[in-house]
Design a protein around this ligand. Structure first.
Ligand SMILES: Nc1ncnc2c1ncn2[C@@H]1O[C@H](COP(=O)(O)OP(=O)(O)OP(=O)(O)O)[C@@H](O)[C@H]1O
Length: 359
């Protein structure tokens, strides 16, 4: 078990910041997901923690020790990459044993630790297989075992399942979560898949352009996004651009009371926070399409101004394409210049109703 502290870490490539003044503390046994679009600096940050990239500034500590300038082999970290880079001329056992042999451990201990690692990743009988005879998922399990066998204090996973199909990815991430919890190993997991982050993480760090947008548990990220970027990046979100005057939105469909200073605002509401009434006004919105997902229906609604909203309704709902409707928001967020400035009653749990947030 270990504690990781990243303090004001930056990485410059030429004159461009890949990571800028980044700080994060990860507690003993915690699993934190780094989530963000391509190029937001997730891999660079992970590589700096693993020692594969040198920070341009800042400090990285593991427990009491400053590891900022240590090479990878002198850090108590284990890294699993997207491309697993297993040795094809060795069987599974020897791939996993390699790092232990470098440490000149006794043969009997190596055997025991490799066998334990194989059992841990569900490959107990695969020791003598060549790695070329394994499926993609099995190869990633071997890569994970190869890291775990060295008993790192911190496990670093860089999109380890990105090349696998959806079904396998879901299964493996559950296995990783189980293993991580069983071992209580402090873990950082890089992904650009929001589902992966929501399913795995104790906390999510949403990154954008090398900076932190928000650090919070998954449910907080979903229910109380602090920026419009986070609101749009995690889950599905409807955005409506408007103005407030005297505490009211001047959008014809959403004349909501919003106690903020006059000015431009972006209203945002989740599909499940929309209610829809049938309307016969010609300037009402129109149902464009409904898609039945079994557990719920998604309804695309075209507004008179050409924008489109998504609403989630019950599977037995009778809405059909072409119907005239009036959508309204049961709960919503208000952003100005990317920052959350007001949140109405939340969809479920979360902040207090009608909470005015500091700008
Ligand atoms: N070795 C390098 N030399 C120059 N620029 C680099 C280097 N590595 C990364 N970058 C740049 O740093 C920025 C962050 O890259 P990084 O790979 O960390 O992002 P990421 O969030 O992991 O993206 P992805 O999800 O696509 O892997 C990008 O603009 C990238 O082009």
């Amino acid at each position: 078990m270990a504690h990781l502290a990243i303090e004001g870490v930056s990485k410059l490539f030429g004159s461009t910041f890949a990571v800028r003044d980044f700080s994060l503390e990860v507690g003993d046994g915690e699993l934190v997901c780094l989530l963000g679009p391509s190029g937001s600096g997730k891999s660079t940050l992970l590589r700096m923690i693993g020692g594969f990239e040198r920070p341009s500034g800042g400090t990285i500590r593991i427990d009491a020790g400053d590891v900022t300038n240590l090479p990878p082999e002198r850090r108590p970290t284990g890294m699993v990459f997207q491309s697993h880079a297993l040795w094809t001329h060795m069987d599974v056992f020897n791939n996993i044993a390699f790092g232990l042999k470098l440490r000149r451990l006794p043969k009997s201990e190596i055997r025991e630790r490799v066998e334990n690692a194989l059992t841990l990743v569900g490959l107990g009988d695969y020791g003598r297989r060549m790695t070329t005879q394994l499926s993609g998922g099995q190869q990633q399990r071997v890569a994970l075992a190869r890291s775990l066998v060295l008993e790192p204090k911190i496990l670093l996973l860089d999109e380890p399942f990105a090349s696998l199909d959806q079904h396998l990815r879901e299964r493996l991430r559950e296995e990783v979560r189980d293993i991580q919890q069983r071992l209580g190993i402090t873990t950082l997991f890089v992904t650009h898949g929001q589902d992966e982050a929501l399913a795995l993480a104790d906390r999510i760090v949403v990154m954008r352009d090398g900076c932190t947008e928000q650090i919070a548990p998954p449910s907080t990220i979903y229910r109380q996004p602090q920026t419009a970027f986070v609101a749009g990046f995690i889950g599905s979100m409807n955005f409506v651009h408007s103005h407030t005057r005297n505490g009211v939105c001047d959008h014809p469909l959403f004349p909501l009371a919003v106690p903020v200073e006059d000015g431009p605002v972006t209203l945002a509401a989740r599909p499940e926070a929309l209610t829809i009434r049938l309307a016969d006004r010609p300037d009402a919105a129109t149902v464009h399409r409904t898609v039945d997902f079994g557990t719920h229906k998604m309804v695309d609604i075209d507004l008179a101004d050409g924008s489109r909203l998504k609403a989630m309704v019950a599977p037995d709902d009778r809405l059909q394409a072409g119907m005239k409707v009036e959508p309204s928001f049961m709960s919503f967020f208000v952003f100005r210049d990317n920052a959350l400035i007001y949140q109405s009653a939340p969809a479920k749990g979360g902040a207090e109703a009608g909470q005015l947030l500091p700008v």
